[in-house]
Every structure is written in structure tokens, then in C-alpha cells.
Design a protein. Structure first.
Length: 717
């Protein structure tokens, strides 16, 4: 029986007069609809709306406490406009790429109320209109076909009762292939579509006929559990017992059925079992291949240079720069040009950069060729700046082909040089490391540089740590702090933190007490917007970076970004708006996933430089490189006035501000604090509670990653 307080289902027909708010990511709309009775506010999920579109909405009237009476729709039907003004508005809305306001007016003037019928059934008649040549006609025809495909796909997704915001994401990912993907393998969407997890895929699978205990479903569930552990936890494998237990809980079936599905996935080659550990095939191959390549690299010919020759050339470098390398630095430089593999590690200020430059200059004097690279664009740019030589991202160096998802450089086409120097190796995951090793010629030397005490890579594995802890790869650890300059207390304190000692506060390394998350936020905003820009002449966009241990909550990245955007850039024009965020002209933004096609990587920071609304493109300036993003790629960007500490690796900033509160308790870890501190060059400010700082200093419990690279190296070398 229906409650007397339950709203009555109704229909509302009208044209979308104004889009008040629209989330490009999930399709949430707040709009003003005009019909014969006047104007009404509608709210709900709708795909790709344009002002002037006509709809039949199904929903209920509700009273919003702040915004008053609204029509909350749960479904809708698109209705084509019938009036000349409506048709012209519809065409000029940007719905069909290639038709703007001027062309819309000409088309409607020529065909009148028959316009939409002609576009649907006789589009060739567009050639009758002045200004529409063959090229323009072809572009419009393609857009019309895409529009028809989109409408057909959305109708199919609606038949599966898939929420509109999820349907929007599915269509953006697969376009005309959406239905085929869902029928063939609905679980594929877990990997391919951001924000759609196993539960959603499982619901779709039921609707397309996949049974609860089918081998297909259970195998997909097992692979999902494993992939998720590798993606979010950085693991290369899970113990079989743990994987079976987790999968049985998720899929609500008996463990014996899971074990059978697991065995099937192993038999088909999707997964690999080794010593009762289960690997995704690609990660097993990455570890195994890396070890075999390292073994080959260690079987090299003898060094052709005498010790006397090397020392004489090294003295020339010292005299030229009026410096003297200490014994460890000298050892690192000489080892790098005479041995197949060298690892150089150490904290800030210990001379890693000096050693890299020493290796480069010695190679020049010896007539050796070299290549420099780093995992991200920013890290490569920094390496180029300090070495005064060309440096590339690893992907660019290996000539990544985004169309084929492969590297052109590999065993059949190795890199042609004597020495390859890789910086920031702590950020390199096992798959990228494998690709790099594949491209290293047996005649080349490999020099791996990085701080092993930094956070591990975002992707699976802990390559640098495993290489060092295997004790099979020659490693020179620089421990003496040499850099004595402005900001040296930051360097000194970073080493104190790394050893668990409390930092000594100075003008350059400050602690500001703030008891509550709200007070922490207030202090951070003051520092970024007023105090540091006025007192130190720092640019709040390029010189200052807030690094928070966590994303959510007051004082988290999302909260701080919203506040800092408003204070620092609130008067600029909006370029794009989503549900909980917007991008404004000049905004500081960060790329949050590797985009090899654009040659932009996870953690790269840029500024919003422009927008082409008709073309649906946002333009971002990354270190002088202008990159275009279509509006459906906005999930690759986030505001970056504040970022997580994890995302800051490979970057350096004049001033770093770190909020620290007990509300961040689960993230208060020593290596996290150490990584944040080492991002600062001139100023480091911790804002928060000293108790939280003490917890971080004493917490050395790092989440262990499941890898076998170390053991494989110990076994084979």
C-alpha cells in the first residue's frame, strides 16, 4: 500500500532552457526546463544534455530545503524539437560537432521544419548549403553517425537498468562497442572504467545472464581480487590461501569452487602459481624477465680503462670545478663507468647529483656515450636542469607506441650508448623496469640512482629496495651530508626524521601549532595566500606546495584544494565544471595517471592555460608543453594546490607545507613524512599537532609488498 506521504510519480515535458549545473563525469544535471506552464527546476542523471533539447522526464516533485520545489527525475526520453527556433537552438548547441550557430541558422533557413528529418535520412543534402564543402560534410556526417550510435547504446544500457551516471562512463569508454563488451565480458569494465567496481559489474553480469556460480564469474572474481591487490597495494602476488579466502567472501560461494576457478585461470595462463603464490601473468613475467636480463648484464667484458687513466681524468674534473670528491663519491663515479650495473643511493644533500654529473663528465673525457632518463616528465626535467644535458622520460627514451601499447626499443632494437643513467628509481615499478632492461644492450652500463628510503612506486613492486636488499647488485650508499646552503636545515632534519629523531625547528624548518583540522586549514590558507608570498616573494602557484597524508576529511587534499582554489583563483573564469570540482583559468592541476599518448605522467603538475568550449577541450601547460584534454578526459586531472605525499615524488618546490593531525592517524608513517620533507628546497612548514608528528616519527610499520624479485636475484646470482 502506498504511503500518503510518498510523492506521486509524474511526467514533465519541456525543453532544457538552462543548464544550471552539470557533472561531466557522472551525468548529474540541475537544469531549468520550460514548458507550457512556465519554468521548472529538474535534477537527475542525464547523458550529454544541451540547452534547447526537449525531454519527457519521469519522476516526482520534491521540496528541497534550500532550493525549493524541484522535479527529481529517475528516467527520461529525448524528444526532438519541432519549432524552427527549437531546431536551430538544438543544432547550435554543440551536440553535432561541425555545426555551430552560424551553420545552424543556414541549415534551418534552407530546410525549415524538415531539418531534423533531412539530417537523419538525407544528410547528403547538406551539400546544397553554401560553405559546406566535402571536408565539412564528412565531419558532420561522422558526428551524426556517432550521435545515432550513442543514442542506441544509451537505450540498451537503460534496458539493463544501469544508472545514468554509470551509463555515461560506460559509453565514454567503449562507445559503439559498449553492448558487445557487456555481453562478452561484463567484468572487463572493472579494469577499464574508473569508478565502476566489481559489484556493479556483477549486477550487470546477472542481467545479461551470467549465473552466480558460473566458472566464468568465479574466474573473473579471482582475477579482480588479485589485480586490485596489485593495483592498490603494490603487490606482485597474493598467497593462494589468502586469494581464495578473499574471493570466497566477495563472491559468496564455497572456497572449493573458488579453488577450482583459480586452477582454471592458472591452467588457461591468465595467472601463474609459484610456491603457492599466485601472480598475474604480466607481473610474473616482469619479475622473471628482469632477473634474467640482470644476469646477462653481469656477464660483461672487462673494463678497458686502467686505474691510472681513470684517476687522472677524475682529477681533471676536480680541478676544473675546484672541488674534491669524497671517497664514496669517487667510488660511485668510477664504478659506474667500469661495471655493468651500479646502484647509487642516499638521502638529500649527500651528493647524488654531484656523482651523476661526475659520471657524465668522466664519460665525456673517456669518449663514452650516455643517455639520461627518469620515470616522470618533472623528474626528467629536473635531471636535465642539474646535468645540463638532455634527459627524457623512460617512456620517451624507449619510444613508447600508445597505439600498440608497446615500446619500440627492446631486445631487437636496444638503446645505442655506453651508459644509461636512470634517476628517481624508487618511482619505477616492476613492469617499467622490465621494459627498460629489455632495451639495455649487453655492451651498455646501467646506473640506477635513487633514494631507497623514499616511498615505493605507485605501481606494483619495490624495485630499488629489492635490488639493494638482494645484496647481489653493487650498491654505493652516500651517507655524509655535504650541501651547506640556504635550506640546509631541511636536509639535516630529513636525515634526523629518517633515523626516527625529532627535527630541530628553525626559520627554514618550522612547526606551527594548530589543534583542530579547521585551524590547520586556516593556517595553511594564510601561509599560501598571504604570509609566504609577502614575506618570501613566493608565487603561490609555482613555488608553494601543500602535501597532505590523506585525500579526504578536513585538512585532506580535496578539502584544501577547494579552499585554496577559492582564495587564490576564485575570480578567474570557469573553464569546466563537474560534480564536486571545477577547473578555473590558471588553476594548478595534476595528472593522476600515466597518459603515454600525451607523454604526461602520474604526478606531473601544470596550469590551466585555456579552453575551447565548442570543441570540448581544456588546455593545460605542463612545464612549457601545452596539452589538450577533451572534456571526457577530465578524470585524468585534479586540482593540485594540495596533493597527497605519494603524488609528490619526483617534484621539488621552494616551500612545502604539511598538515599533521591525529585524524590522519592511519597515514602517519615515518617514510611518508620523510618523503614530504625531502620535496622542499627552501622552506618546510609543518602545521598541526606535535603528537601527530611524534606518531609519524615512531611509526616504521611500512605495508610490506609481496614481491619475489629479491629472492630471485639471490637464487640466480
Amino acid at each position: 500500500m502506498k504511503s500518503k506521504h510518498e510523492p506521486t510519480a509524474e511526467q514533465l515535458h519541456g525543453s532544457l532552457q538552462k543548464i544550471i549545473y552539470y557533472n561531466n563525469e557522472n551525468g548529474y544535471l540541475i537544469g531549468s526546463v520550460l514548458n507550457g506552464k512556465g519554468s521548472s527546476t529538474v535534477v537527475g542523471y542525464l547523458h550529454a544534455p544541451h540547452e534547447g533539447d526537449e525531454f519527457l522526464f519521469n519522476g516526482v516533485w520534491v521540496n528541497h530545503a534550500k532550493y525549493g520545489r524541484q522535479f527529481k527525475f529517475s528516467s527520461y526520453e529525448t524528444k526532438l524539437p519541432t519549432s524552427l527556433a527549437g531546431i536551430e537552438h538544438y543544432l547550435s548547441s554543440g551536440l553535432i560537432k561541425g555545426i555551430g550557430p552560424a551553420f545552424a541558422e543556414r541549415i534551418v533557413h534552407r530546410f525549415g521544419t524538415s531539418t531534423l528529418d533531412i539530417l537523419s535520412h538525407h544528410p547528403e543534402r547538406l551539400l546544397e548549403i553554401d560553405g559546406i564543402g566535402q571536408k565539412k560534410y564528412t565531419a558532420i556526417l561522422s558526428a551524426l553517425e556517432s550521435l545515432k550510435e550513442m543514442q542506441e547504446v544509451m537505450v540498451y544500457l537503460k534496458s539493463l537498468n544501469i544508472a545514468t551516471y554509470q551509463a555515461v562512463k560506460l559509453y565514454k569508454t567503449y562507445e559503439k562497442h559498449t553492448a558487445a563488451v557487456l555481453k562478452e565480458n561484463p567484468y572487463q569494465i572493472i579494469d577499464d572504467v574508473a569508478g565502476i567496481g566489481f559489484q556493479t559489474a556483477d549486477e550487470i553480469a546477472k542481467k545479461v545472464g551470467v549465473s552466480h556460480d558460473s566458472l566464468y564469474r568465479l574466474s573473473s572474481g579471482v582475477r579482480y581480487i588479485l589485480d586490485d591487490a596489485c593495483r592498490s597495494g603494490g603487490h606482485c602476488f597474493l598467497p593462494a590461501e589468502e586469494l581464495i579466502r578473499r574471493a570466497a567472501e566477495l563472491l559468496t560461494v564455497d572456497e572449493t569452487k573458488i579453488e577450482s576457478a583459480l586452477n582454471n585461470a592458472v591452467a588457461q595462463g591468465f595467472l601463474v602459481e609459484e610456491s603457492n603464490n599466485i601472480f598475474p601473468l604480466k607481473l610474473f613475467e616482469a619479475e622473471d624477465s628482469s632477473v634474467r636480463k640482470i644476469e646477462l648484464l653481469t656477464r660483461k667484458h672487462a673494463n678497458p680503462f686502467t686505474q691510472e687513466k681513470l684517476l687522472n681524468e677524475l682529477k681533471k674534473i676536480e680541478r676544473f670545478h675546484d672541488l674534491e670528491f669524497d671517497p664514496k663519491q669517487r667510488e660511485a663515479i668510477l664504478h659506474a663507468v667500469t661495471h655493468s650495473i651500479t646502484i647509487l643511493t642516499g638521502g638529500p644533500g649527500t651528493g647524488k647529483t654531484l656523482c651523476v654529473n661526475g659520471i657524465i663528465e668522466l664519460a665525456d673525457l673517456l669518449g663514452l656515450s650516455y643517455l639520461l632518463c627518469a620515470p616522470t616528465g618533472r623528474a626528467a626535467k629536473r635531471l636535465a636542469e642539474v646535468s645540463k644535458r638532455e634527459a627524457k622520460t623512460i617512456h620517451r627514451l624507449l619510444e613508447y607506441d600508445p597505439m600498440q601499447n608497446t615500446f619500440r626499443r627492446g631486445e631487437d632494437s636496444p638503446l645505442e650508448c655506453n651508459i644509461i643513467i636512470v634517476d628517481e628509481v624508487s618511482m619505477v615499478d616492476i613492469q617499467l623496469f622490465e621494459a627498460l632492461l629489455n632495451a639495455v644492450s649487453p655492451e651498455s652500463q646501467l646506473v640506477l640512482v635513487g633514494d631507497v628510503d623514499q616511498l615505493p612506486s605507485v605501481g606494483p613492486g619495490q624495485v630499488l629496495r629489492d635490488l639493494i636488499e638482494s645484496k647481489r647488485i653493487p650498491t654505493i650508499r652516500l651517507a655524509t651530508i655535504f650541501r651547506q646552503m640556504h635550506g640546509s636545515s631541511i636536509i639535516t632534519n630529513s636525515h634526523r626524521i629518517n633515523h626516527g629523531d625529532a627535527p630541530e625547528f628553525t626559520e627554514e624548518f618550522q612547526f606551527i601549532d594548530a589543534d583542530t583540522p579547521e585551524k590547520i586549514r586556516e593556517v595553511i590558507v594564510q601561509q599560501c595566500s598571504t604570509i609566504l608570498p609577502q614575506n618570501e616573494q613566493y608565487n603561490p602557484f609555482s613555488d608553494i606546495q601543500v602535501l597532505s597524508p590523506r585525500n579526504d576529511g578536513i585538512g585532506g587534499v580535496k578539502d584544501l584544494n577547494k579552499e585554496l582554489q577559492h582564495i587564490l583563483n576564485g575570480t578567474s573564469r570557469i573553464c569546466w565544471q563537474g560534480n564536486e570540482r571545477k577547473f578555473i583559468m590558471g588553476d594548478k592541476v595534476m595528472q593522476i595517471r600515466n597518459n603515454y599518448d600525451k607523454d604526461i605522467f602520474n604526478g606531473d603538475i601544470g596550469r590551466v592555460a585555456g579552453v575551447e568550449k565548442e570543441a570540448g577541450k581544456l588546455i593545460v601547460d605542463f612545464y612549457g608543453k601545452f596539452v589538450e584534454y577533451s572534456f571526457d578526459q577530465m578524470d585524468e586531472l585534479v586540482l593540485a594546490y594540495a596533493t597527497t605525499i605519494h603524488k609528490s615524488q619526483g617534484n621539488e618546490f621552494k616551500a612545502v607545507i604539511i598538515p599533521m593531525t591525529m585524524s590522519h592517524y592511519i597515514m602517519l608513517q615515518r617514510n611518508l613524512l620523510y618523503t614530504a620533507v625531502t620535496r622542499a628546497k627552501e622552506r618546510l612548514i609543518i602545521v598541526g599537532q606535535k603528537k601527530a608528528l611524534a606518531v609519524a616519527l615512531n611509526n616504521i610499520d611500512v605495508r610490506e609488498r609481496n614481491t619475489l624479485l629479491k629472492k630471485r636475484l639471490q637464487k640466480i646470482l
